[in-house]
Design a protein around this ligand. Sequence first.
Ligand code: CUA
Length: 179
Amino acid sequence: MSAILPPSERLWWKHPLDRLEAVWIAIAFIWCMVMFFMMVFWHVYGRQNLSTETYRTDPAKFSAQAQAAVDKWTVRTETEQKIPVVAPPEGADVYLVARLWSWWPILELEKGKTYKLHLTSMDYNHGFSLQPTNINIQVVPGYEHVIKVTPNASGQFSIVCNEFCGIGHHEMVGRLYVK
Ligand code: CUA
């Protein structure tokens, strides 16, 4: 028997199931079930899969909300592009815009305080990946992802895009400060 040659009997699915094959199918099925329930388990105990709320939005509406937050809470600007650094009060709605190829604005949060982070994309799919903590969220155009955020460590964090989004993908890096 060879995988290169055609099978001697063409109706292979009419053959009785070999015992070894049945064992492998059973192992594969049990493993699928283990992984399926691990998703639920890890959601609760792993603290890795975030419970995000998702709503429909559009670029114009979201831009306006993000701009309003920037106008209200900008404390300074950074980098050559003069990106605003937004320091919102506790409990505030904070907006982060993903687009080809940037994260806007820079956020400055305080440790132990809770915020509502709103995320959307203006164009294509992007991936929010907070480094080095490895928190990942898909950022989908047309949808607004809302996540309750309570920073538990202070410092400077990077937001990298982990969804390939074209020629500038590798330059799509943002910044987040926690005081
Ligand atoms: Cu945005 Cu890759």
